[in-house]
Design a protein around this ligand. Structure first.
Ligand SMILES: *[C@@H]1O[C@H](CO)[C@@H](O)[C@H](O)[C@H]1NC(C)=O
Ligand SMILES: *[C@@H]1O[C@H](CO)[C@@H](O)[C@H](O)[C@H]1NC(C)=O
Ligand SMILES: *[C@@H]1O[C@H](CO)[C@@H](O)[C@H](O)[C@H]1NC(C)=O
Ligand SMILES: *[C@@H]1O[C@H](CO)[C@@H](O)[C@H](O)[C@H]1NC(C)=O
Ligand SMILES: *[C@@H]1O[C@H](CO)[C@@H](O)[C@H](O)[C@H]1NC(C)=O
Ligand SMILES: *[C@@H]1O[C@H](CO)[C@@H](O)[C@H](O)[C@H]1NC(C)=O
Ligand SMILES: *[C@@H]1O[C@H](CO)[C@@H](O)[C@H](O)[C@H]1NC(C)=O
Length: 381
């Protein structure tokens, strides 16, 4: 941890030198960005969002994302769930730990059953990124990822993420290039939300959070390990995956046959990928998440073509939420189903499905410019 603290301190000194008068990190290494109605905090480790405060319906600030108070704990948490970090260089799964570019077959690390998850054990969410720019309302983290540093992904990748805040809004922009070779490149911000900030005394699950995605009428059908089979299915109104026909609470289908194991063997709830209508207006809201308890409404816009929803089935009830959350006097354990990760990205494992036509989006090489952009706007109902 000394090593990380030293890196945090070094990053702080570098940024202070480069940007005189710009904000310094606090004792926990967190950089704070503020604008009207919003306060967001970040650390270089994983380019991670640690805290996100927005106002609830009563005007009280709530910290609506998961994380730890102790920032030194992120790297050692044995169940590291990529809390609000940037996994990379290729997020989510690579089927059977292999893919090909042209005639060459590459083998990646199988760290999730038979598949690769978040690029294996050298993923970007476990690295200390550089702080390359910081102001009171924006911060840029950058990473230079050496060729084959994640097993089987060839060619250096240079990437950066800029987080900024403006009135009631958090914006995220990522750019990356691969100047040496063609490589899989697909990114996301892996944000875990709990719009009640665990303040609802009798219930900490997200089953009463409502999701609405009118442009998401198709889902990537997945196998028992949450790997897409290749089939893209149209979602009938009222089916377990239907969040398009009308807003549905996340628990709306809990009594339907098939809800258990819906997201893989032993998994209930959601851990799937929805594909957006390609003709949609990319400047318009594509997903709304709302809690009637806190009254907080979060609206997503993105230039990405799909989104992962994961309702925290694997939370084991042993991790605690932050001191900025919960009810004084209650314990702080996060239950199974206690959060929802929302990850805008391209189609999962598209590098192994040329029939989907995603290769030009997911394989980057010399001359290509990868760009990912999303924003979350917060309000109350
Ligand atoms: C923070 O986490 C680190 C890593 O687990 C640990 O060594 C340290 O004691 C923790 N600090 C506090 C105040 O709990
Ligand atoms: C990411 O890398 C870390 C450090 O090697 C590893 O512990 C973790 O399991 C990896 N993440 C995933 C999703 O495999
Ligand atoms: C940034 O915030 C700090 C602390 O609130 C303040 O002292 C400083 O003037 C701000 N800088 C700018 C450029 O607004
Ligand atoms: C941060 O910058 C230094 C100096 O340019 C470089 O050596 C290091 O690899 C960079 N760190 C990351 C995570 O890219
Ligand atoms: C990538 O690294 C692995 C493990 O170190 C090695 O076996 C493999 O040959 C490397 N691949 C390339 C193309 O360098
Ligand atoms: C929380 O609310 C959901 C949805 O109403 C319900 O299914 C679940 O049993 C409740 N959990 C607890 C611990 O009361
Ligand atoms: C797309 O959505 C934005 C934001 O809601 C709106 O301002 C714009 O008029 C829409 N464009 C079209 C062509 O509908």
């Amino acid at each position: 941890m000394r090593y990380l603290s030293a890196l945090f301190a070094a990053a702080a000194v570098r940024s202070a030198l480069a940007h005189p008068g710009s904000p310094h990190p606090d004792a926990q290494g967190r950089y704070t960005l503020e604008a009207d109605g919003i306060k967001a905090q970040f650390i270089p480790y994983g380019a991670t969002l640690t805290n996100l405060f927005v106002k609830d319906a009563s005007g009280k600030q709530q910290d609506i994302v998961l994380g730890y108070d102790n920032t030194s704990y992120y790297p050692v948490d044995p169940g590291h769930p990529v809390y609000n970090a940037i996994p990379g260089r290729y997020v989510n799964r690579i089927g059977n730990g292999q893919y090909s570019i042209g005639e060459t077959v590459y083998h990646t690390e199988k760290n999730d059953g038979p598949n690769t998850l978040h690029s294996g054990t050298n993923n970007w969410s476990y690295r200390v990124w550089n702080v390359s720019a910081v102001t009171n309302s924006s911060i840029t983290f950058s990473i230079s990822d050496a060729s084959n540093s994640s097993l089987g992904m060839i060619g250096r990748v240079d990437a950066s993420v800029t987080y900024s805040v403006s009135k009631n809004k958090w914006s995220i922009s990522m750019d990356a290039t691969s100047p040496e070779a063609k490589t899989p490149l697909m990114l996301t911000q892996h944000t875990y939300f709990q719009l009640d900030a665990f303040t609802r005394p009798e219930n900490r699950t997200v089953w009463d959070h409502t999701v609405y995605m009118p442009e998401a009428k198709r889902v990537l059908v997945a196998d028992a390990n949450a790997l897409p089979t290749g089939e893209i299915a149209t979602i009938p109104a009222g089916a377990i995956d239907d969040f398009w026909s009308e807003p549905h609470q996340l628990g709306f289908a809990a009594d339907q046959a098939g809800f258990e194991n819906h997201c893989g063997t032993g998994c209930h709830g959601y851990n799937g990928a929805w594909a957006f209508n390609a003709e949609r207006n990319k400047s318009a809201t594509v997903l709304t998440l709302k809690s009637m308890y806190s009254g907080i409404v979060a609206s997503l816009t993105t230039n990405q073509e799909a989104v992962i929803l994961y309702t925290c089935n694997w939370n084991d009830g042993k991790s605690e939420f932050k001191n900025t959350q919960g009810v004084v006097g209650q314990d702080k354990f996060i239950p199974r189903d206690g959060c929802i990760a929302i990850e805008a990205q391209d189609y999962v494992d598209g590098i192994n499905h040329p029939e989907w036509g995603r290769l030009s989006k997911q394989i980057s090489g010399p001359g290509d410019k990868y760009h990912w952009a999303s924003s979350w706007t917060f309000g109350t109902a």
